[in-house]
Every structure is written in structure tokens, then in C-alpha cells.
Design a protein around this ligand. Structure first.
Ligand code: ADP
Ligand code: MG
Length: 293
């Protein structure tokens, strides 16, 4: 192997918006046959917007927005940003919560205006022995089938409302998936989000295999399981939640638009956050190595 060819390869990588940690990465890149794609922030933009609030019983929409918005204002999660921004626009300045806690992969909890408030996925309510009222269950199913992420709002021991948010699939994601397939890779969508939402995004970009409702700490195990089947696995992600899976993967590709934790864990950074660069990286590595040999 000539070091010059490697340098040319990685120099071209930089032009394409791909940063490679070291020349040894090229060899792994050539071998991968499976590519696991995180959903939020990787396949989708991760910039969510608040679309609707559905309340049960006598609960008022403005109360829901005030309490949920106040809690989510303290969280960095893309869902939280959508809720806090939408709530502030609708009801004005939000109170500061007490005893705030973020529960990774589940939601947030805290005390707002003297109420103990929970905002997050249905599983979070179940853990507190609460259940969604019947009238909200149907609404939740329908919104999820339409690809929206639905979170529940509960306070003082009762589930009272749903908030629907959605983010858009990146314009380049479907083309990226087509290119990855053409390179012989099997794409798999991996997310902590609900099955129905995941299926909707997968269909939109042309992915057949989906692993959904995975807790952040379990994402690396999904990669391990695929490796145990004898696959050579690339993983693309952007979040703190993806760092362990990126490190576990044979090849970790981090979105340059994502968190530092993901970038540090990856072997390769897609500087512009464009998934097509993942296909470019694999094509480039194969070409660079065949030049050397
Ligand atoms: P992803 O794998 O798609 O990046 P996460 O693991 O971050 O998703 O979150 C999984 C699910 O947990 C979300 O779809 C949401 O239902 C819930 N969740 C996590 N954090 C929050 C939050 N701050 N507010 C509301 N819901 C949340
Ligand atoms: Mg993500």
C-alpha cells in the first residue's frame, strides 16, 4: 500500500465532506454489508414542529401547553424544543420547573405551578401506573400511522393530553438509501420512537427493516446482535444516544451536524449531515483500496 494513495483517498474524502479518522478505516469501510440508520436527526432533519394538542375530559389546551412547555423548555431533545417553542408561541412566557429531570428515551418530569408533571412516551406513564384515557388512544394510533410522534402529558397522577409533533425526512435520504443499496448494503432503520412512526419514515425512504422502540442504552446491543449473525455493520447516528452503537459498529459514521459525543465515537464524520456522503465514503474507500492493490 502506498501512503500517497491513502492520502489522495482521504483528501478526496474531505472534498466530499467526509472526515476519516485514520487510513485503517478504509479497510473496514470496504467490508461492511449492513448499514444501521438512526431515525431522528440522521434520516430526518430532527427539527420537529408542534402540530396538535388533544385533551381528555375538561383539560384545557393552554394548561397542557403551559405545563408541558415549561418542562420541555429545560430539555435539549428535538421533541422538547418543538414543544417548548410551540407552547411559548401559544401561551407566552413559561414558568421555570422545579425538580426537573430528563429521562433518556422516555421523556421529562418535574414540578410546574405546584403540579407534578410528566411528558413523554406512553411507557413513561405506564411506569407510573397511569393509562391513557380511551378517548386519546384512538387519536394516538391515527396520528402515529400518519408518521407523527405522539407524546403524552400527565399531571397529578392522571394522563390528560397528547401532543403531536413531526419532523421531515431529509430531502437527500431516499436517494442516499438507493445509493447504499446499489453498493450492496442492507439498510436498517433504528429508533427509540414508536413502531408506526418508524414504519412511516422507513416507507418514505425505501427501507424494509425497522427496529423501533429501542431504549438509548440498547442501541449498541442491536448492532451486536447483527454482528453475531455474521454481518459487518456500519452505523450512522447523530445523538448522544447513538454514541455506544457507533463505537460498537464495525464502522461508525457520525453526522457532523450532530452531538460531539457521536462525532467522538465515530470512525468517520459526514460533515454536512447529508446521508449521501455515507454512500460516497464507501464508494471512495473501495476505489482507493483497489488503486493501492
Ligand atoms: P430517537 O432514537 O428517535 O433519536 P430517543 O431515544 O431520543 O429517540 O427517544 C425515544 C422516545 O422517547 C421519543 O420518541 C419520545 O417518545 C420519548 N422522549 C424522549 N425524550 C423526550 C422529551 N424530552 N420529551 C418528550 N418525549 C421524549
Ligand atoms: Mg438521532
Amino acid at each position: 500500500a502506498t501512503p500517497t494513495a491513502l492520502l489522495v483517498g482521504t483528501g478526496r474524502g474531505a472534498q466530499l465532506g467526509i472526515l476519516i479518522k485514520g487510513p485503517e478505516v478504509l479497510e473496514t469501510t470496504r467490508r461492511v454489508d449492513t448499514i444501521v440508520l438512526d431515525k431522528t436527526g440522521t434520516v430526518t432533519t430532527g427539527r420537529m414542529t408542534l402540530l396538535a394538542v388533544r385533551t381528555a375530559g375538561a383539560t384545557r389546551e393552554d394548561e397542557v401547553l403551559r405545563l408541558a412547555g415549561a418542562l420541555e423548555h429545560a430539555s435539549e431533545h428535538p421533541i422538547a424544543r418543538a414543544v417548548a417553542t410551540g407552547a411559548a408561541a401559544a401561551v407566552g412566557p413559561l414558568p421555570t420547573p422545579e425538580d426537573f429531570a430528563a429521562l433518556p428515551g422516555l421523556g421529562v418530569q418535574g414540578v410546574v405551578d405546584g403540579h407534578a408533571v410528566l411528558v413523554g412516551r406512553e411507557k413513561l406513564l405506564t411506569e407510573w401506573a397511569m393509562e391513557l384515557p380511551e378517548e386519546l388512544k384512538d387519536a394516538k394510533d391515527q396520528a402515529e400511522k400518519a408518521g407523527r410522534t405522539v407524546i403524552a402529558v400527565a399531571w397529578d397522577g392522571e394522563a390528560r393530553a397528547l401532543i403531536e409533533v413531526a419532523d421531515a425526512v431529509k430531502e437527500t435520504s431516499a436517494e442516499a438509501v438507493r445509493r447504499l443499496r446499489r453498493l450492496g448494503l442492507t439498510p436498517i432503520l433504528l429508533t427509540g420512537d414508536n413502531h408506526a412512526v418508524a414504519a412511516s419514515v422507513a416507507a418514505e425512504v425505501g427501507i424494509d427493516e425497522v427496529v423501533a422502540e429501542v431504549m438509548p442504552q440498547d442501541k449498541a446491543d442491536v448492532v451486536k446482535r447483527l454482528q453475531a449473525e455474521g454481518r459487518s455493520v456500519a452505523m450512522v447516528g447523530d445523538g448522544v444516544n447513538d454514541a455506544a452503537a457507533l463505537a460498537q459498529a464495525d464502522l461508525g459514521l457520525a453526522m457532523g451536524t450532530g452531538t460531539d459525543a457521536a462525532i467522538e465515537a465515530g470512525d468517520l464524520t459526514l460533515v454536512r449531515g447529508d446521508l449521501r456522503a455515507a454512500a460516497d465514503a464507501i464508494r471512495l474507500s473501495r476505489r482507493t483500496l483497489s488503486t493501492i492493490r
